[in-house]
Design a binder for this molecule. Structure first.
Ligand code: PLP
Ligand code: CA
Length: 313
């Protein structure tokens, strides 16, 4: 049985979508904003959710900024009352995973290939990030560089998106991934191939993670969407019931799969981000393995989450 997603176009449909769910999980980039630009109508729709006492959190696969950075970003864009505990970037998911699932002791050194968000969240979790944004790693590659000596106290490797992707960093990260017979955990912040920004499609964190996976010939633990481990943490922290929760996102293989694999009540695809109507139509008519198609097909879609407020009013 193939699912035919419903487009939300009427007041009744929009109202029902809001009324039927108590809790909302929002992807950020492509749903709430495109980089620094708020998507029209989204702020007003979220204010409407506030007036109806709906609860919501934000789940972003972008690991480059910490929860505190996101609190400031939401304020800058005009949102009120968004607190740290409502934001789940994958830099936080990585630190949480090291502590709660991989049981890496506090005080351990963690090698980072990624931006400051990962370093900030690791520090907050009482780890010592090494590598990361260290400016010495901007130097040209030199096999005799003192930094290329592996520090035996490093207990895990976290890889996420970075715009400072250079040979020094890749080569060093590889040393840690191979160290101790590949014995230390390899955490990947996300599997995203690309994201839309300023009219361009740019490489995202998943490309960096997969590069390192390939060169080290070992698998990583994905702590971002669609990981059900991440969903479980969010539901537990927020006390959301799956049956009353909807996932809203712009990407089929991360956001929509996250909602479906996690057996949430509903998944809403928005076309304001990386998925175009044309791509979505072709996805629906191309035959993948049945299981794969089902896990990425939303029950409904809408041009933008910001359209909800216009439909309701
Ligand atoms: N920005 C960067 C740099 C990313 O690496 C990613 C995801 O990998 C995103 C944005 C997308 O984040 P979101 O899950 O909020 O769409
Ligand atoms: Ca997105």
């Amino acid at each position: 049985e193939s699912i035919i997603p419903t487009e939300i176009t009427s007041k009744e449909q929009a109202q029902k979508l809001i009324d039927e769910h108590d809790n909302f999980l929002f992807d950020c980039d492509g749903v709430i904003w495109l980089d620094e630009k708020l998507i029209p109508g989204v702020l007003q729709t979220i204010e409407y959710l506030n007036s109806k006492n709906k609860r919501y959190v934000f789940v972003t696969n972008n690991s480059s900024k910490s929860r505190q950075d996101y609190v400031e970003k939401f304020e800058r864009l005009g949102f009120k009352g968004i607190t740290k505990d409502m934001i789940y970037p994958t830099c936080y998911a990585a630190a949480f995973n090291l502590k709660e699932h991989l049981k890496v002791p506090e005080g351990s050194k963690i090698w980072v290939l990624g931006d400051s968000g990962i370093e900030d969240e690791l520090r907050e979790a009482k780890y010592i990030p090494v590598g990361g944004t260290d400016p010495r790693l901007n130097e040209p590659f030199d096999p005799h560089h003192e930094l290329l000596k592996v520090d035996p106290d490093v207990r895990a490797v976290v890889v996420g998106s970075t715009k400072d992707f250079n040979y020094m960093r890749i080569a060093l990260t590889l040393q840690y991934l191979l160290h101790d017979n590949k014995g230390i955990p390899f955490v990947g912040a996300n599997i995203d191939r690309s994201y839309p920004s300023d009219g361009l499609i740019l490489p995202a964190g998943g490309s960096v993670v997969n590069y390192m996976q390939y060169t080290a010939d070992r698998d990583f633990i994905n702590v971002g969407k669609p990981s059900t481990t991440l969903l479980d943490v969010i539901l537990e922290h927020s006390k959301f019931e799956k049956e009353k929760t909807i996932m809203v996102g712009d990407t089929l293989y991360t956001d929509i799969k996250f909602g479906i694999d996690g057996q949430l009540a509903n998944s809403l695809l928005v076309l304001s981000g990386g998925t175009t109507k044309r791509y979505f139509d072709s996805f629906l008519t191309t035959s993948y393995k049945e299981e794969e198609t089902r896990s990425m097909t939303p029950l409904c879609y809408i041009e933008s989450f910001g359209d909800i407020i216009d439909l309701i009013n």
